[in-house]
Design a protein around this ligand. Structure first.
Ligand code: SF4
Ligand code: SF4
Ligand code: SF4
Length: 170
């Protein structure tokens, strides 16, 4: 029996910070008990955004594509680790770092132009700078903005408090 499952059964469950499981995954504790590391979800994903982590469990890899929420991975999962009954795919959101070109006075709107949900707004700052801000209520966590950012300034995060446009004051 592999280490993670043994630890899980002994009550030594450890969540995986920073790791994003495929959409419609059950909570991490249950995920470890159900996922058999068969990689069927990864094989079924035409966007190739699911890879296997170092222990063989599937995780999202947004750098090469976006999730279209097609549910092919969920349908391929026979163990219930990805659950079609889940009403929402996840609580994953885009987060933009301070190394963003626009924040540093280099004109760029690439992420905003590629966001179908129009979830990224640019707040004008002094000295020709502009800060892109993600409206968490609109962001679906698709990851389309990640691969197009020329400066690798965007990462996807899971489970943060959702901020809407009013909270962001833009
Ligand atoms: S929902 Fe579709 S695009 Fe998204 S990870 Fe699953 S198979 Fe890939
Ligand atoms: S993850 Fe998708 S919806 Fe969210 S800001 Fe990026 S492109 Fe827009
Ligand atoms: S695409 Fe990247 S560098 Fe350009 S504005 Fe968006 S976060 Fe900044």
């Amino acid at each position: 029996m592999e280490l993670e499952r043994r630890n899980f059964l002994r009550g030594r469950f450890k969540p995986s910070p920073g790791v994003i499981r495929p959409p419609y995954a059950v909570v991490e504790r249950e995920f470890f008990s159900l996922c058999k590391k068969c990689s069927d979800c990864a094989s079924s994903c035409e966007e190739k955004v699911i890879k296997l982590d170092e222990t063989g469990y599937p995780e999202m890899s947004f750098g090469l594509g976006e999730c279209t929420f097609c549910r092919d991975c969920t349908k391929a999962c026979e163990t219930g680790a990805l659950d079609e009954e889940n009403a929402r795919p996840w609580n994953v959101k885009a987060e933009i770092g301070d190394n963003c070109l626009s924040v540093n006075a280099v004109f760029c709107r690439t992420c905003g132009d590629n966001c179908d949900e129009e979830a990224i707004v640019f707040k004008l700052m002094l000295k020709g700078r502009s800060k892109p801000i993600v409206d968490d209520e609109l962001c679906t966590g698709c990851g389309a903005c990640v691969m197009v950012c020329p400066n690798k300034s965007i990462k996807m995060t899971d489970g943060q408090k959702v901020k809407g446009r009013e909270d962001l004051n833009v």
